[in-house]
Design a protein around this ligand. Structure first.
Ligand code: FNR
Length: 184
């Protein structure tokens, strides 16, 4: 069987994003089991419903990249106790026009890191709500509320020893979830 294709969407456009560092290290951790493709959202303009009449190519290309995946892993910061506007905009842009929504039926999982103890848990609860509406079967366990600490990602880009067992299990669960629920 060929490897699963997992699209990774990072909800940050910071050049020093800790969530991107985590995402890259997670992809590295599971690189033998799946093919990972980072789907950039930082270049997407603000969606307007006026776009629906003649959908911009930049959104259509984004939707094509989403549809080409067996599953999507969202790796996102929390902003003001919710999903960053950058990510919400990408979710909106990928959901329109209503007859041509990209997300439906694609398995998803989410994880995120922040310097604070709650580790993006509130953003993830909001994201779950959105993904439910968009029709994405979303992994429920394990949850990935990760506090950013020195050594979580080593300077060489590997997940640090203290978190490797948990995050290896997380990635194995993600791949099992996608294999179970992906579109035929
Ligand atoms: C934050 N941060 C933050 N952290 C958190 O745990 N809960 C929150 O609600 C917020 N809110 C918030 C709002 C705004 C506007 C900013 C800029 C930051 C802190 C945030 O977790 C921290 O900046 C992370 O480094 C962001 O992740 P990236 O962009 O480095 O991946």
């Amino acid at each position: 069987m060929s490897k699963l294709k997992i699209g990774i969407i990072v909800g940050s456009n910071s050049k020093d994003s800790i969530n991107r560092k985590l995402a890259q290290a997670l992809a590295r951790l599971a690189r033998d089991e799946a093919d990972f493709e980072f789907i950039d959202i930082g270049h997407l303009p603000f969606y307007s419903r006026d776009d629906d009449a003649d959908y911009p190519a930049v959104f259509t290309e984004f939707k094509q990249r989403v549809r080409a995946q067996d599953g999507i892993l969202f790796v996102t910061p929390e902003q003001n106790r919710s999903v960053p506007a950058l990510l919400k905009n990408a979710l909106d842009a990928g959901s329109r026009p209503p007859s041509d929504r990209a997300w439906g039926g694609i398995p998803a999982a989410m994880i995120g890191t922040s310097p604070g103890g709650p580790g993006t848990s509130m953003a993830q609860q909001h994201l779950r709500n959105i993904l439910a509406f968009l029709g994405m079967p979303t992994m429920t366990q394990p949850e990935g509320y990760i506090q950013w600490k020195e050594g979580l990602v080593e300077p060489n880009g590997e997940i640090g020893a203290a978190s490797r067992e948990f995050l290896t299990k997380y990635m194995q669960s993600l791949l099992a979830w996608v294999a179970l629920t992906r579109k035929a």
